[in-house]
Design a protein around this ligand. Structure first.
Ligand code: HEC
Length: 449
């Protein structure tokens, strides 16, 4: 083992990947995982982590005829060794360059050799959580990204705090002096510089979009409010589109429950449907059996655009998100095709009260004063419940103190109306069903070419 360790230290660079040594190490992977490198210098250990995390281990099946099991073993051993090396260091005592390498090494190991398990996540959080935010912008950017990845319980609060702090001018003091002396152009340049984006804050917004859970409502509000400020900054042509995408992605990464809360609380403007189109009709009082019969042979040569139009004409779009837009008071229907057969789908539309999930169930809340409020309970804490009273308008909410509540009766009837297909003719019903089952893909075989 002694000599192997000496070689390990030099295991850096592409030449290494083509060497006999690399192949030998990978073929004796178990020994590698046990290698004692405690005497190696920090930079060498970091170098080993990076070089192993990048190693083209899988390609050894072709070049060296290693079996799948051998490859998996090698990858696992490399992963174990790398994580052990990183955990053997104390992040806070490293130099800036070493810290950057440490973070890069950790990400590489998790991305290329398998995501962290709970205990590994916690071990790295213990190392890293306390170091964010530090004094260095560059390190802060890398740390923020790493901590979001590790699902740090504190990173959202800290990064939102940095986003809502006063933005830092990107103009250095020297430049400001120069501008002050140069009245002619100075004014215009100073004005645009003062309005320049705070790139550090943009970065935090960008990282936080990936944080799916762990937000408080106040943090959500502060996060989404930040975009209004950021949109006033002068950026390149694509800057505002970029901000819009970040904002949208963050919203979509939230659970459906959180999305509704975000809209109901005013943290983000709720979806506003355009003026709804009218179906051509004539309508018919469709029964479940009739619609199922139609769908049995009718889901071909459909019209995608007309299906999309019917999704709006029958009001689905007000409550449901599908393929990138729509309301948040009902479930997102985009991935419905994977979960629903035609039979389930027709039943969900025509007989919505048959199955109602608890998350969406309406309730009637009766207060001790005799007031009764019907709607969906979208939030509850120790002292109050929040009821959404109009499923077509997420801003219509009533907050009731628990001390004033006499009883809460769950409703057996769905919030979703049952007769929505009534105004549609046969072709329109079929176009709508095909649209719903297409995941929003025009190229689906159900549609006319
Ligand atoms: C007033 C709001 C509202 C409208 C309008 C509405 N829905 Fe719904 N929908 C809901 C709610 C709330 C639920 C979840 C509760 C339930 O299952 O009843 C739901 C459930 C569903 C489900 C079951 C989804 C699942 O994941 O379980 C489907 C499918 C569906 N709706 C399709 C439609 C279609 C198609 C339209 C238009 C023809 C439509 N809805 C119109 C509110 C609405």
């Amino acid at each position: 083992m002694q000599s192997r360790d000496r070689f390990l230290k030099f295991a850096v660079g592409n030449a290494f990947y083509h060497s006999r040594l690399f192949v030998d190490l990978m073929k004796n992977a178990e020994a590698l995982a046990e290698g004692d490198l405690s005497q190696a210098a920090t930079d060498d250990r970091l170098g080993i982590v990076i070089s192993f995390a990048r190693a083209p281990i899988a390609s050894l099946s072709k070049t060296e005829g290693m079996t799948e099991t051998e490859i998996t073993n090698a990858e696992e051993s490399v992963r174990t060794l790398s994580l052990r090396l990183l955990q053997g260091m104390k992040y806070s005592t490293l130099t800036k360059d070493q810290q950057l390498t440490y973070l890069r090494g950790m990400s590489l190991v998790f991305l290329r050799l398998g995501p962290p398990e709970e205990s590994e996540r916690n071990a790295f959080l213990e190392q890293l959580d306390g170091s964010f935010p530090g004094a260095d912008d560059e390190l802060n950017r890398e740390l923020c990204q790493a901590l979001v990845y590790l699902k740090s319980p504190t990173v959202i609060g800290k990064a939102v705090g940095l986003m809502t702090a006063e933005s830092r001018p990107t103009v250095t003091e020297d430049l400001q002096d120069l501008l002050a002396r140069n009245r002619g152009y100075g004014g215009a340049i100073a004005a645009s510089a003062a309005n320049a984006p705070d790139q550090q804050q943009v970065w935090y917004a960008f990282c936080l979009r990936n944080a799916k859970e762990g937000w408080t409502l106040d943090q959500r509000k502060a996060y989404f409010a930040w975009f209004e400020r950021a949109h006033r900054w002068a950026g390149g042509a694509s800057f505002h589109g970029f901000l819009k995408n970040i904002e949208e992605e963050c919203f979509l990464n939230a659970s459906e429950k959180d999305r509704l809360l975000i809209e109901a609380s005013g943290a983000r403007k709720p979806y506003a449907p355009p003026e709804l189109p009218k179906p051509a009709g004539p309508g018919h009082d469709w029964t479940l059996d009739e619609v199922r019969m139609l769908a049995e042979s009718g889901l071909k040569d459909r019209n995608f655009e007309n299906g999309q139009k019917m999704f709006a004409a029958t009001r689905c779009v007000i409550c449901h998100r599908f393929g990138g837009s729509g309301g948040a008071t009902g479930p997102d229907l985009t991935q419905l095709a994977g979960r629903f057969t035609v039979k389930d789908l027709t039943e969900a539309i025509m007989d919505p009260s048959k199955v109602v999930s608890d998350q969406y169930r309406a309730s009637t809340v009766v207060t001790t004063a005799g007031l009764s409020v019907t709607g969906r309970i979208i939030a509850e804490n120790a002292t109050s419940v929040t009821v959404l009273t109009n499923p077509e308008d997420p801003t219509k909410i009533v907050e009731l103190a628990k001390s004033e509540i006499d009883e809460i009766q769950p409703s057996t009837v769905s919030i979703m109306p049952a007769d929505l297909l009534k105004p549609l003719n046969q072709e329109e019903v079929l176009d709508l069903l095909a649209y719903l089952l297409s995941r929003g893909d025009k190229g689906n075989g159900m549609f006319r070419r």
